[in-house]
Write a protein that binds this ligand. Sequence first.
Ligand SMILES: [Zn+2]
Ligand SMILES: [Zn+2]
Length: 141
Amino acid sequence: MLRGSCLCQGVAFEIEGTVIDLLYCHCSMCRKAHGSAFRARGKVKASEFRWVRGEALVRYFESSPGQHRSFCSVCGSSLITRFDEKPRILGLALGVLDDDPLNRPVCHVHVGSKAPWHEITDALPRFDGHATVPLTPEDAK
Ligand SMILES: [Zn+2]
Ligand SMILES: [Zn+2]
């Protein structure tokens, strides 16, 4: 069981499973959504995710067609992302986790649009756009 919550603690959630496909995304939308150099995100199964409290505070923003980023309407914390084309999977902003997901980020994506003031200093693979290698086999999702 993994727990997560927003900055104001109004929203909390639980994940009855593992977080997969952890990575760092440097695209401009992720940078703006998080107000930071990049987004650290993973994916969870929608069937294993549940809101513990504050679901009524959660708002969704469709940042790309069919991609709905959620955030706490009180404090602005980024939470999950829903995908119309992949309803069984949710994106998860790793920074709102209160527990250690145990898995670790495996690469950087959209490095081609990273912030000019940010330097990547680790040795993880970097992709200018999407990752060109599968992170987790599709049948394991
Ligand atoms: Zn909040
Ligand atoms: Zn991104």
